[in-house]
Structures are given as structure tokens and as C-alpha cells.
Design a protein around this ligand. Structure first.
Ligand code: SF4
Ligand code: FES
Length: 218
């Protein structure tokens, strides 16, 4: 076992634990967004930062990826931590302040307004959809593309994905509702959906067939 200190408490951890996993086991709250228990840590949102004391001074590390180390001294609620999380929350509010989940998350960090201005978007680029598709379904029908302000979730060639089987795992993984079940059922080409080339078949029990139903309604 490894012994380390979190918020002044000596805690023992089995080898291989991340700081976030250990904190959760001991009911120490650390906010997260891009983290999901079923996915490999991504370290994208920086909401989970904690302060790590080192011989050369303190630094911030992402708790979701940083491993427990013997003798580590960690603070989860220092001024340095609060300021960093506040900026991350302000940036999230600037992008997706209209999304209730983001409003609640920011409020939990004491952030209700933002000094930043960004193009409004439901997608906060956490990549949970992309990682769920690759790691849980084993498909990889979508990916993150571009850098900076143009970064987005896209299917191959921005058109459609021959690999997408419409399992809707991405819908379940998305924390903001940027991808909806209805988008996928409708094969809607609006933002953040990716029409698949998967041939649908009618349900053997109820004979429901999404494509024929849509045609009939049209
Ligand atoms: S669509 Fe949803 S899950 Fe995918 S990156 Fe955007 S916010 Fe995250
Ligand atoms: S939850 Fe750790 S960086 Fe997003």
C-alpha cells in the first residue's frame, strides 16, 4: 500500500489508483466533466485539478489521470485549485452557458457569470462520445477534428460514418445533450449528428421500422 496525504489526512492507497479514484473512495469531492467511470481518463476539461506539493513548489495536476504516489501531499480545495476550476467553469459557461447541466456544474463551483465570450455551442468538446464509441462499442465511427476554435466531433470526411451502427452509446455518454436519441433516429444532419450507412431492419417483435415510419409520416 502507498501512503499519501489528501487535505491533511493520511490515506492509504493500493498501487495503480489515481488521485480521483482514491478521493472518491474517501468521499472527498472533486468536480469532473470529461471523466467517466467506463472510459479511460482523458484529462481534457481540467475541472478535476488538485494541488500537489513538490520540493520545487506546488503545481496543479489533473486528479483523473494523476497516480497516487508515496508521500504525496495533495490539496483538493486550496485557493490555487479554486481559481483554476473557476476559470475552467467560466470558459464552459462562455461556450455552453445555455445548457442546464453546465449552469449547475458552474454553480457548484460558485461560478454564475463569465467574463469570456465564445461561440455558443452545446458541445463542450469533452470527447466522451468519441471515447465511448471507440472504447465501449469498439467502433470509432466519430473522432475529434481540428484544433483551437474549430475543434469539433465529426464522422469521417464530415459526411456520414459507414461504421456507425446507431447504438446510441454516444448519446448516453454526452453530458450536455449535444447528441440526442431523436437526432440519431431521424438521421438528422443537424450539428453533432452523423448519419450512418447502416441498413436498418424492422423489429421482429413489433414490426417497427424507423425508416418506413418516417417515410409514411412524410
Ligand atoms: S458531443 Fe457531447 S460527448 Fe461529444 S464532445 Fe461534445 S459534449 Fe462531449
Ligand atoms: S475530469 Fe479530469 S480533466 Fe476532466
Amino acid at each position: 500500500m502507498i501512503t499519501l496525504s489528501i487535505d491533511g489526512k493520511k490515506i492509504q492507497a493500493p498501487p495503480g489508483r489515481t488521485l480521483l479514484e482514491l478521493a472518491r473512495e474517501h468521499a472527498i469531492w472533486i468536480p469532473t466533466l470529461c471523466y467517466h467511470e467506463a472510459l479511460k481518463p482523458y484529462s481534457g476539461c481540467r475541472l478535476c485539478v488538485v494541488e500537489l506539493a513538490t520540493p520545487r513548489g506546488s503545481r496543479l495536476v489533473a486528479a483523473c489521470t494523476y497516480p497516487c504516489e508515496p508521500g504525496a501531499v495533495v490539496r483538493t480545495d486550496s485557493e490555487m485549485v479554486r481559481q483554476s476550476r473557476q476559470v475552467a467553469a467560466e470558459l464552459l459557461l462562455a461556450r455552453a452557458g445555455h445548457v442546464p447541466f453546465i449552469q449547475e456544474l458552474a454553480a457548484s463551483l460558485g461560478v454564475h457569470n463569465t467574463p469570456y465570450t465564445l461561440p455558443s455551442d452545446d458541445c463542450i468538446l469533452c470527447a466522451r462520445c468519441v471515447r465511448a464509441c471507440r472504447e465501449i462499442v469498439g467502433v470509432g465511427a466519430i473522432s475529434m477534428a481540428e484544433r483551437g476554435p474549430g475543434r469539433e466531433v465529426v464522422p469521417p470526411f464530415h459526411i456520414s460514418s459507414a461504421d456507425c451502427i446507431e447504438c446510441t452509446t454516444c448519446v448516453l455518454a454526452c453530458p450536455t445533450g449535444a447528441i440526442t436519441l431523436q437526432n440519431i433516429i431521424d438521421r438528422d444532419r443537424t450539428l453533432h449528428t452523423w448519419p450512418s450507412q447502416y441498413a436498418r431492419r424492422a423489429c421482429r417483435l413489433c414490426d417497427y421500422h424507423a425508416d418506413s415510419l418516417l417515410q409514411n409520416e412524410g
